[in-house]
Design a protein around this ligand. Structure first.
Ligand code: SAH
Length: 244
């Protein structure tokens, strides 16, 4: 894939994956006993939509959010949004989620929306666990099959795109194996995909139509968007809220 073009098409977007403020708030409200000075790590923060939501949610606790991403482009967009918001309790840092530069037991909450797939759900849950303080919580979203009888078209697409994709039940088993307790889980609403991610992305395609290599990339992304429009009953992003 032409990564440079991919990053250009994916710039100036509100989010880089499905998500919405209501879901972030609902997930946060499931976490009990938030301490004063709560420290939250937001992994794969992208342009920072959920980072800002989290920063607002932890303000009453005098809490702070440390947000990391692998790409400066997204970090810059997130920094700019933070500046405009006036929020003072966010720190951004470039970091690789597979090799986080933080001590063990240094966060009360680890957050990650639409990003853990980059290292795999189970891998991420195992690796990130030790960064949590005892009793700490993890809230992550992961694309998941919502039913057992998956139509062939959808199955084929994701067997290629993300072969590790599990059913919600399958992910609950992984969570159990990794030694977490489930506080709650729920499916993101369709508007979290369409209004906040796919529709804004699709609007950008015409801007790139004359660029070398864009046909292939746009065709790939269009296929993913069409698939979701046709099969959103069968797969979705599930929010998993877990405690150590
Ligand atoms: N949470 C954001 C972004 C989701 S897209 C949102 O919902 O809008 C996934 C994000 O993970 C991207 O910003 C991408 O740059 C980041 N990412 C991919 N691989 C990564 C890695 N190895 N370490 C840290 N971030 C990574």
């Amino acid at each position: 894939m032409n990564m440079k073009l991919f990053m250009e098409i994916h710039s100036d977007m509100p989010r880089q994956g499905p998500g919405c403020t209501e879901a972030t708030r609902r997930a946060f409200e499931n976490i009990p006993d938030i301490p004063q000075g709560v420290r939250v790590l937001d992994i794969g923060c992208g342009p920072g939509a959920q980072t800002l939501d989290l920063a607002r949610l932890v303000e009453p606790f005098n809490g702070e959010v440390i947000a990391v991403d692998l790409y400066e482009q997204y970090l810059d967009e997130a920094r700019q949004a933070t500046e405009q918001s006036g929020l003072q309790n966010i720190t951004f840092q470039k970091a690789d989620m597979t090799d986080l530069p933080f001590d063990d037991a240094s966060f009360d909450i680890i957050w990650s929306e639409g990003a853990i797939y980059n290292m795999g759900f189970e891998n991420g849950l195992r690796d990130w666990k030790r960064r949590l303080k005892p009793g700490g919580a993890i809230a992550v979203t992961e694309i998941s099959w919502l039913k057992d009888d998956i139509p062939e078209t959808a199955h084929e697409f994701w067997a290629e795109g993300y072969p590790a994709m599990q059913t919600v039940e399958g992910n609950l088993e992984i969570i159990d194996r990794c030694g977490y307790r489930i506080l709650d889980h729920f499916t993101l609403p369709e508007n979290a995909w369409l209004d906040n991610y796919y529709n804004p992305l699709e609007k950008r395609f015409p801007l790139f139509k004359d660029r070398d290599g864009s046909d292939e990339l746009i065709a790939m992304e269009t296929a993913e968007i069409e698939l979701y429009r046709n099969y959103s009953n069968y797969y979705g992003y599930e929010f998993y809220i877990l405690q150590q």
